[in-house]
Design a protein around this ligand. Structure first.
Ligand code: FES
Length: 169
């Protein structure tokens, strides 16, 4: 039976030590750079501020489309993005602000433009229909209600935030 030698030579010891120390130092230098590069991606997106859209006096019981702009920050990129909302007051006077983005494939819905289905939101792309409150009509392509904008009334003006799925967080 031969006895195996497990002794480490001086050259091997130096190689292991220098490799280990070099790797440790390289990691110490690279980690802050990697962290800096990916940091905006890792951060949860900040809740978007509410934007002033229209005077409450202009809001009627008939849905009207109002356009506005939001500041959007996607990781490193900041931009000003156009948005639209269908806004009206329901029977109790409550303000409803619906996203115009169809929940089928994202076309823009219109109010009361389909002569066969009056007083409904209509998506001309694939004949999608929604009730006035944004509920999707069964049997048409959309499979979910229109998103609802977070909103607030301040000093007589309507402010809108992010559009969220109905009942969503
Ligand atoms: S995108 Fe609206 S019905 Fe298809």
């Amino acid at each position: 039976m031969s006895e195996k030698k497990h002794r480490v030579s001086r050259r091997q010891f130096l190689n292991y030590t220098l490799t280990g120390v070099g790797g440790f130092m390289a990691a110490g230098m690279l980690m802050p750079m990697v962290r800096f590069a990916v940091d905006p991606v890792l951060k949860p997106s900040a809740e978007q501020d509410l934007v002033q859209v229209v005077s409450v006096d202009e809001i009627t019981s008939e849905p009207q489309r109002f356009d506005f702009k939001i500041d959007q920050i996607d990781a490193w990129y900041e931009s000003v993005e156009p948005r639209s909302a269908w806004v009206y007051k329901d029977e109790s006077g409550k303000i409803i602000a619906l996203s115009p983005v169809c929940k089928h494939l994202g076309c823009v819905v219109d109010w009361n433009t389909d002569p066969a289905n009056e007083n409904m939101f209509f998506c001309p792309c694939h004949y999608g229909l929604y009730e006035k409150d944004g509920t999707n009509v069964p049997g048409t392509p959309p499979i979910a209600p229109l998103d609802v904008f977070i909103h607030e009334v301040k000093d007589g003006y309507l402010y809108l935030g992010k559009a969220k799925p109905r009942g969503g967080a």
